[in-house]
Design a binder for this molecule. Structure first.
Ligand code: LIP
Length: 267
């Protein structure tokens, strides 16, 4: 537990330091450094600079740990622990100055594979509005000092859901078809634009549930432990772990209902 507490404290302070750099770069103006999978999938110089800062701090503080980052890829370690990092989740929001982006840092134990890892620590920090969500395995989930809990009771008007869309036009057409079927069944939909903030919002009860296809491990690693430590469930269909195939996050009862809808063969 001491190790987990120390990891959590380091991850918390690191996310806030990285967030301060991201915010400073945002305030000074952001340039698109390149596009990745499609024209819509962008990376900024700040993404790369923030991830390098995080990587350097971890290499200094935790030299034997592994690393898996959105911009610089994977590096194995010798301690059995891996840092799973999205330096600026919500890149498009960040590029446009929309205050909904986050530094997402998780520490996982075991294979750096969402189907096999055990998340020990998660931190999701939104520097634009200075909100830091954090959780440790078995230690609960918090926004600052406030303990979090998912919305266990969804009202009669249905659930408030969040979702997201990939950058690939073909996948977007499929995602729209799913949304077209889901929307009439729920209270409303929110599209925040950052998976880590979607997951933090489920943990905080700001939205009832979230689903998205096409997420990378760094998109959901930290937010997932926030949700589970706030009493929610995170995964895919039929007991699968969260993956690129599907990530669902919700209180248990809503999770089952969402799973049934999303499994529907005509979706
Ligand atoms: C984003 C995710 C979001 C998804 C976007 C994008 P990025 O990650 O957090 O949930 O809908 O398409 O993948 O690219 O901003 O790190």
């Amino acid at each position: 537990m001491t190790q987990t507490r120390d990891l959590a404290e380091f991850a918390h302070d690191l996310a806030r330091e990285a967030g301060a750099l991201a915010r400073m770069r945002r305030e000074r103006g952001v340039a698109i450094a390149a596009t990745k999978s499609t024209l819509a999938d962008i990376v900024t110089e700040a993404d790369r600079e923030v991830e390098q800062l995080i990587r350097d701090r971890i290499a200094r503080e935790r030299p034997g740990d592994g690393f898996l980052g959105e911009e610089s890829g994977a590096e194995g370690g010798t301690t059995g622990l891996t840092w799973v990092v999205d330096p600026i989740d919500g890149t498009v929001n960040y590029a446009y100055g929309i205050p909904a982006y986050a530094v997402s840092i998780a520490v996982v134990e075991g294979d750096p594979d969402p189907a096999r890892w055990r998340a020990l620590v998660g931190v999701v920090h939104n520097p634009a509005i200075d909100e830091t969500f954090h959780a440790t395995m078995g230690g609960g989930a918090f926004l600052g000092e406030r303990r979090l809990a998912v919305n266990a009771e969804v009202g009669g008007a249905g659930a408030l859901l969040a979702t997201g869309f990939g950058y690939d036009p073909v996948r977007r057409a499929e995602q729209f078809a799913v949304l077209e079927r889901v929307l009439p069944l729920v209270r409303d939909i929110r599209r925040i634009g950052a998976a880590s903030l979607d997951l933090a919002s489920v943990a905080a009860g700001r939205i009832d549930g979230y689903y998205e296809r096409g997420l990378w491990p760094w998109d959901h690693a930290a937010g997932a432990i926030l949700v589970t430590e706030a009493g929610g469930r995170v995964g895919g269909l039929d007991g699968a772990a969260a993956s690129r195939e599907l990530t669902i996050a919700a209180p248990p009862a809503l999770y089952d209902a969402l799973e049934a809808v999303l499994r529907s063969p005509d979706l």
